[in-house]
Design a protein around this ligand. Sequence first.
Ligand SMILES: Cc1ncc(COP(=O)(O)O)c(C=O)c1O
Length: 344
Amino acid sequence: MPATALEIDLRSDTMTRPTPEMRRAMADAEVGDDVFEEDPSVRALEERTAEMLGREAALYTPSAHMANQIAAYLAGRSGDEIWAHELSHILGNEQGGTSVLSRLLPRTFSGPDSTPPREWLERLIKGTDDVHRAQPALICLENTFTGRVMPLEGQARVSAFAHQHGLKAHLDGSRLWNAATALGVSLAEAAAGPDTVTVCFSKGLGAPVGAALLSDRDTIRRARRARKLLGGGMRQAGIIAAGALYALDHHVERLADDHARAERLAASLSAAPGLSAEALTNMVIAKTEPGEAPKLAELAGAHGVGCIAIAPDTVRMVVHLDVGESDITEAAARITKAAEALAA
Ligand SMILES: Cc1ncc(COP(=O)(O)O)c(C=O)c1O
């Protein structure tokens, strides 16, 4: 579906366009060569992000994907194990990068969120001194996880378990801003525990490019080298960093509006024939009759509303900066029409 045909684009919160004020901040950004660590805007963004997340240091990366891959690369040696949810982004949606780039062996679990169950952890940690066994190196968490908030007790428990057994823990917090908003805690509280944390500026916050990896100073020094190895050293990146900095100042508090709008959309869609919908932070997860989700997404697209079938019976809609109150009313009406056409 070409984006131009979509009047209301709920496919992802990556679809936002920079606001005029953000574009002005970007145009006015002071810049330098960031590979030489001489870009004042990038430096300001890294310092500000580290301060907000309560970490010693941050590294600006072109994408959350790259930040996750750098975390995996630093945590394990070739042949070591990486533990993560079977549907985690780091394992399932980054082209197998942890296997290709870092040659880690994935061990997966399933469940409602990205926190590995206690019994699974206890089972996996047994026998790691056996000569046949690969060595576990990293446990990955994700918050939010397809919009679902992971309870912080789980994050603390898994991080403590990792450290007790000499493993590292990584948090893919691409939407940690949404999790902190939903939990009513500070970003530093939401980030506490894991050794490394990814956050993303180009999802809910509406910046055009970039993410950050957070950790202690020495890990971030090594991460800077790994980013260069991957070809991710950027030059006058202050222009895009300024968009992210603007987003940190102006677009974090408003995330509660996205969550409220997602609630309203879910409530309206639950009244549509054959649909039941649930709001999870800024995402609406709608269940259809078995096998109907791709047809519903296609019909919604024909009505100018973009959404994605993420399973044969599940459609995902994501509320973001470019979706206002009237868009929610309009999207609910058009998707309801599509559901009625399917049910007829
Ligand atoms: C949870 C999560 N982590 C990481 C990423 C990677 O983000 P990007 O493709 O912008 O690098 C995404 C992308 O949607 C995501 O949803």
